[in-house]
Design a binder for this molecule. Structure first.
Ligand SMILES: NC(=O)c1ccc[n+]([C@@H]2O[C@H](COP(=O)([O-])OP(=O)(O)OC[C@H]3O[C@@H](n4cnc5c(N)ncnc54)[C@H](OP(=O)(O)O)[C@@H]3O)[C@@H](O)[C@H]2O)c1
Length: 312
């Protein structure tokens, strides 16, 4: 089978497509014939070696986290999925998988679920990490409610796209940050108010909010405390809780390390099948053009996701 491998950390030039033996599932794992995947920022962060402190690993590895495909083998003790099931989930080497940018992958069975019936493999693969992140943040961490006010940073990105749709469905008032063509895009997703993050200071435009969802980090994170009301919550995808700011503003701060689990995938499936969450894919590349796909994600303005077709 073909797999996207790196033997050293670096820019897109370190990526190689290699012939490999198929991986076989250990106890509690499944083997999946991968039909599609998608690119997340974590894929290039791993490729460049930025996460070696948090997730030490030995190279070479196969890159890739998101996948959708068909179960082709199950290991001992796997009960919730069977051979032939169409599933989506993750297969990152950092979470016990063999890497999803490959024709076959193995992964712990608890990180996949049956995929939404109304999606193609490519669409399903495009919402794995982004969708489970948004579900976990808004439903589990924030417990966002009708009529609450939420500020979602990076609304045109992978996570932001889904978070806006879920927050609107809950009945929250949604303000989001975006720029240029992204402004029109987030309005179409249903955002009530949009702040251009390149020309406007969001912390001067909104205040007294119940929740902030930070998918950007840095100054965007620290400035966000000011827009929360006392008792509010900020969930960040990047920043550890700033205890000084938490105390100063009387708010809760959480760093979400997304768990791609059957439970969160099932919750996402329901939202997709109920028509709440629609998938937005900006471009699709075949696996053979994985370098071009990375380049597009790293250098272009992408609304929603870049998908990878593995099996035609
Ligand atoms: N902790 C975890 O477990 C976890 C899980 C998933 C993701 N993450 C992290 O979460 C972040 C977001 O993920 P994603 O998949 O949504 O990434 P993404 O698709 O690249 O989206 C990021 C969005 O943020 C926008 N942006 C950039 N600078 C901004 C600013 N100053 N203010 C407002 N928006 C800004 C970008 O817009 P432009 O196109 O205009 O630059 C882009 O639309 C990434 O850093 C990712 O690694 C963490």
């Amino acid at each position: 089978m073909k797999a996207v491998r790196i033997e050293k950390y670096g820019n897109i030039d370190v990526i190689e497509i290699k012939e490999m033996d198929k991986p076989h599932p250990a106890k509690g794992q499944v083997q999946i014939e991968v039909h599609a995947s998608s690119i997340n920022p974590v894929d290039w962060k791993i490729r460049e070696g930025h996460l070696t402190q948090i997730f030490p690993t030995k190279l070479p590895i196969t890159l890739g986290l998101d996948l959708a495909g068909v179960i082709t083998e199950v290991g001992e003790g796997v009960t919730h999925v069977r051979v032939g099931d169409k599933v989506y989930g993750q297969a990152s080497v950092w979470a016990g998988g063999s890497g999803s940018f490959a024709e076959y992958a193995t992964t712990p069975a608890g990180t996949v679920a049956k995929m939404p019936k109304n999606l193609s493999f490519t669409e399903a693969a495009a919402i794995v990490l982004t969708g489970t992140s948004a579900v976990e943040a808004l439903n589990e961490n924030m417990k966002l409610k009708r009529n609450q006010k939420i500020l979602i940073h990076g609304g045109a990105g992978g996570i932001g796209t889904i978070a806006i749709q879920i927050a609107k469905h809950i009945g929250a008032h949604v303000t989001t940050t975006a720029t240029s063509d992204g402004i029109k895009y987030v309005k179409q997703l249903g955002a009530d108010e949009v702040i251009d993050y390149k020309t406007q200071a969001f912390d001067e435009k909104v205040s007294n909010y119940d929740a902030v969802y930070d998918t950007v980090g840095g100054e965007t994170y620290t400035k966000s405390f000011k827009v929360l009301k006392k008792g509010g919550i900020i969930v960040s995808m990047l920043m550890p809780p700033d205890t000084k700011l938490m105390k100063q503003y009387g708010v809760t701060a959480i760093l979400l390390m997304t768990q791609v689990t059957t439970k969160f995938l099932d919750a996402l499936t329901k939202l997709v099948e109920d028509g709440v969450v629609k998938v937005h894919i900006e471009k699709t590349y075949p696996l053979s053009q994985i370098k071009e796909a990375f380049k597009a994600k790293e250098t272009e303005e992408v609304h929603g996701k870049i998908a990878i077709e593995v099996k035609k």
